[in-house]
Design a protein around this ligand. Sequence first.
Ligand code: NAG
Ligand code: NAG
Ligand code: NAG
Ligand code: NAG
Ligand code: NAG
Ligand code: NAG
Ligand code: NAG
Length: 448
Amino acid sequence: MLLRSYAVSLALPLSFYAAVALDLDVNSLDSIKSTAKTIASAIVGSYNDNLEEERVPGLFEEPYYWWEAGAVWESLLEYSHLTGDSQFNDLISTGILHQVGDYDAFMPPNQTKTLGNADQATWGLAAMTAAEIGFPEPSGETKWVDLAVNVFNTQAARWDEESCGGGLKWQIFTFNNGYNYKNTWSNAGFFLLSARLALFTKNETYSQWAEEAYQWMQDVGLISDFHAFDGTDDRANCSQINHIQWTCNHAMLTEGAALLYNLTSGDNTWKDAVTGFVNASSVFQNDTILSEVACENNGKCDVDQKAFKGVAVRSFARAAIAAPFASESINTMLQASAKGAAANCDGDGNDLTCGLRWTGENDDADSVDDGGLGEAFSAMAAVQALLWPQAEPVESGNSTSPSPSASGTGSPSGTGGAAGPENTNAAGMTVASWGTAFLGAVFAVLLL
Ligand SMILES: *[C@@H]1O[C@H](CO)[C@@H](O)[C@H](O)[C@H]1NC(C)=O
Ligand SMILES: *[C@@H]1O[C@H](CO)[C@@H](O)[C@H](O)[C@H]1NC(C)=O
Ligand SMILES: *[C@@H]1O[C@H](CO)[C@@H](O)[C@H](O)[C@H]1NC(C)=O
Ligand SMILES: *[C@@H]1O[C@H](CO)[C@@H](O)[C@H](O)[C@H]1NC(C)=O
Ligand SMILES: *[C@@H]1O[C@H](CO)[C@@H](O)[C@H](O)[C@H]1NC(C)=O
Ligand SMILES: *[C@@H]1O[C@H](CO)[C@@H](O)[C@H](O)[C@H]1NC(C)=O
Ligand SMILES: CC(=O)N[C@H]1CO[C@H](CO)[C@@H](O)[C@@H]1O
């Protein structure tokens, strides 16, 4: 079957194809599905090996932080929906549900040292995807959407008016490095979760919170001219902005804006936001291929940052569905990115390697078993993103309302800490969640 709109812009030089390892034909649904399957199988194979040794469902072994597993599960949920290959469904369900933790809100006690709002939101967004695609519900009363609602409720209760006129802090627990940092990932994650819940439930509480989070990011300057910046120190009342830009932040804001555009049947504010973000995404494009500009070419992406493009591509693809007026330029970027991502994957099974860069060639790719999960996950997300235009529409109606049992009492606001002081010292030395090495430097600068 031909994806006609994709056929035009892909006249890449022949020399490019010489390097093709996974031979993706972006005009063939079968080719897209089989390429996605090769990568999904490698990721699941590595996960299964780890499970045999460590026996904790839902986790990928070190060096991957907990949030990244949530992002990978979300992409495997989408893999099931987009390709119709349901062979991993039970494994996906078991993995996600094992990490639900306290308050039924993805706060597992084992993970408190890296459990920031952005990390928790990543899992909440995965549960939201399960709800949207009609993934088989967990046995018992709690539905997928309830888990997403619980994440929303715990985060809304943490909205912090003590500084900066609002916002979510990066970290939930006072003992974690980054507790004083209000970052875009946490706030964009909350914004996107709220927007998705708004569309799914039609409950206005969620759209109001989405608007509030967006407005706040604009007010303090985390969003400016449709560019999204990393974060800001709340001890300086968010007066200084760290201007690094990441693909995932930008794309989550683009998706959220597109969903609100759709929910409001074309409201101009959100239309302008979608237009602006899509236009501004050019900072991440190298000849229309997505690039993690802050760290990709200088070889400085850390483990977390190597997975950011995977988070980004799925959000861009979903934005194109919700805001069809912007789909052409988004799809041009997605096709070129998928082609480049697949061309930089090599081998299969435990030997599959995918390169971080989707432009040119990579000579230093790692296998999933050996540090390359972020790259493989991102490549899979890029490839399967091409299936969204043909996919069954996601559930965005009123057929599944949250059950009354969805809790989120507000008690887990975290500032008191669910963990005792005995964890404080250890956590101080732990690299907490994403970007910390980089943030250490930022804090050092801010403290000067
Ligand atoms: C927490 O860690 C223990 C010990 O490794 C493990 O048995 C348990 O399954 C873990 N729980 C979660 C939710 O990861
Ligand atoms: C802190 O920042 C907020 C939001 O920009 C602003 O409304 C408030 O006046 C600031 N407070 C101080 C003490 O500067
Ligand atoms: C709307 O969502 C909020 C936040 O989760 C919840 O407290 C409220 O009960 C919901 N309203 C309805 C009518 O379901
Ligand atoms: C599009 O982006 C360019 C450069 O990034 C900027 O100069 C221009 O104002 C933007 N246009 C719109 C309509 O946002
Ligand atoms: C909302 O999204 C649907 C697809 O999910 C699309 O058909 C519709 O045109 C969108 N609405 C607007 C106003 O673009
Ligand atoms: C674009 O990609 C090519 C191939 O990897 C690279 O050599 C070049 O430096 C990149 N350009 C920019 C602006 O990043
Ligand atoms: C999209 C959707 O599921 N809409 C449903 C909302 O609820 C009404 C009344 O139950 C149904 O008639 C719609 O089909």
